[in-house]
Design a protein around this ligand. Structure first.
Ligand SMILES: Cc1ncc(COP(=O)(O)O)c(C=O)c1O
Length: 364
């Protein structure tokens, strides 16, 4: 089955086989070495040249675990967050923040609208208790790339902390973490890094981590300070998903061999193939070209079809597409190019799509 949903993704045989690693106790040195290798590769891939300035914290849990751990860990007592909400995952940030009342201002925009960096700067100036800004890099809701570099510059200029959910971005979309002084960036193994779901991580600026260990611990399982302190002792605070870690290690080797820039280019090329053919077929993209990511495109369901029929007919032919959410639920479909996909997989999908269009609508 070819997965064109934004994670979990198709993995290579090499990554799949890495699950069959020998049984290992997580308190033994082999496990500590595995974690060290993963941390080193993450820093190498995402903060090249600034590896000494960051630490990588590994968690067992899906991407939301890394995002929630970042939010729970980034504030000193009495300080608050400004947060951006322009999609399902921005909404999730608001929900997490709401559980502990850590927010001070929400910058809310339509799902097809990126936030204005100046509005965030204005909000920081108005809110003396604001210590951090948290937002999503690649809003997977419609495949929208937020202007995170400009916002990070404003946040840094105000002496505040920039916290980013790059769960569906890292590996697929350009991100200058070190150059723009991003303090916490959350990622996951099961999307553009092409590992399995179940492991996530946060890249934290080292100087900031020294502060984080002194901040209040608002969660126990999701306290980055707890993970960091255990890591300093060569361990992990809780039982990790060792086999998924082993596959993640292999996926990171693959990423470094392919090259992060080359991976982004591959995703972009595959998306361009899809966008061009959909355009020829008269299938409209939801976002204008300048807002779209490399790795996901949202299209309106063509007239004469429903999402359910399109999904089911494509699945019968070996391809899984992804539904819209919220007010877009039945109106759009999403196609991601994350994962171990080749041009031939996308050609196959486009052929199947044309076939379904022809049979179901008489067009194409
Ligand atoms: C931008 C973004 N943030 C967070 C998540 C949540 O990740 P998970 O489902 O792995 O918890 C997703 C999942 O698609 C996402 O796209």
């Amino acid at each position: 089955m070819i997965l064109l949903n934004p994670g979990p993704v198709n993995v290579s045989e090499r990554v799949r086989n890495a699950l069959l690693c020998p049984d290992v106790c997580h308190r033994e040195s082999e496990c500590a070495e595995l974690a060290d290798r993963i941390r080193g590769k993450l820093l190498n891939a995402f903060v090249p040249g600034a590896e000494a300035d960051y630490v990588a914290i590994l968690l067992t849990g899906s991407g939301t675990a890394a995002v929630e751990a970042s939010i729970m860990s980034c504030l000193p007592a009495g300080k608050r967050l400004v947060h951006v909400n322009n999609g399902v995952y921005g909404e999730r940030l608001s929900s997490i923040i709401g559980t502990q009342r850590l927010g001070i201002a929400e910058i809310k925009c339509d799902w097809d609208t990126p936030p204005d960096p100046d509005a965030i700067l204005k909000s920081l100036k108005q809110q003396p208790a604001a210590h951090a800004v948290v937002m999503v890099h690649h809003e997977t809701t419609l495949g929208l790339l937020n202007p995170v570099h400009d916002i990070a510059d404003h946040v840094d200029g105000r002496g505040c902390v920039f916290v980013l959910d790059s769960i569906s971005g890292l590996g697929g979309e350009a991100l200058d973490i070190a150059g723009r002084h991003m303090y916490m960036v959350a990622g996951t193994s099961g999307k553009c890094i092409q590992g399995f779901p179940g492991v996530s991580f946060v890249l934290v600026r080292k100087g900031f981590m020294e502060n984080v260990v002194k901040y209040p611990r608002r969660s126990w399982y999701l306290s980055l300070a707890n993970y960091h302190e255990a890591g300093e002792q060569g361990g992990m605070p809780f039982t990790p998903a060792v086999q998924v870690f082993a596959a993640f290690d292999e996926a990171l080797s693959e990423l470094l061999e392919e090259g992060v820039a080359q991976r982004m280019a591959r995703y972009g090329r595959l998306s361009a193939m899809i966008r061009e053919r959909m355009d020829t077929l008269g299938v409209r993209a939801v976002l204008p070209a300048e807002l779209r990511s490399n790795s996901l495109t949202a299209f309106y369901v063509p007239d004469g079809l429903t999402y359910a029929v399109l999904h089911d007919r494509l699945k019968e032919r070996g391809y899984v597409i992804y539904a819209g959410q919220g007010r877009f639920a039945s109106k759009i479909f999403r196609v991601a190019t994350m994962g171990a996909l080749r041009d031939a997989d996308i050609e196959g999908f486009l052929g199947a799509f044309e076939d379904v269009m022809r049979r179901e609508t008489g067009n194409a």
